[in-house]
Design a protein around this ligand. Structure first.
Ligand code: CU
Length: 125
């Protein structure tokens, strides 16, 4: 009797969860890795900033900017998406003086949602 009660509860719950869950083929992008990493202090100024998402992102409307502490953009406006790994975007930067930098990004997920974010890193030789 106890078991059948549980079944009565679980079955509809499972059905509702199945109906509400999004299609797995269309993923929402989340930043999972970067180089430099969030809040990292690097002793050698990077030549490039790399971002990796949990899944491939769309090719259009991607943006990646690196901004110094005075608000000046120091990347080379050359954001690219890896040809072999659609989850990876990157941009090169000029010679970074010691200081704090902010990375801002925007990508379009496979599920068409726009994902934006930012994080900081520091250069301190
Ligand atoms: Cu989404």
């Amino acid at each position: 009797m106890f078991e059948s009660t549980i079944r009565k509860i679980i079955k509809p719950a499972f059905l509702i969860a199945t109906l509400l869950s999004p299609l797995p083929a269309l993923a929402h992008a989340i930043l999972v890795k970067s180089q430099p990493t969030k809040d990292e202090t690097v002793s050698q100024a990077p030549k490039q900033v790399d971002l990796w998402f949990n899944d491939a992102v769309r090719g259009e409307y991607k943006a990646l900017a690196v901004i110094d502490s005075s608000g000046k953009r120091v990347d080379n406006h050359d954001v690219e998406q890896s040809l072999t790994d659609g989850s990876h975007i990157y941009a090169t930067v000029g010679n970074l003086a010691p200081g704090k930098y902010t990375v801002r990004y925007r990508v379009v997920s496979e599920d068409t949602h726009i994902v934006t974010g930012k994080f900081e890193f520091s250069v301190q030789p």
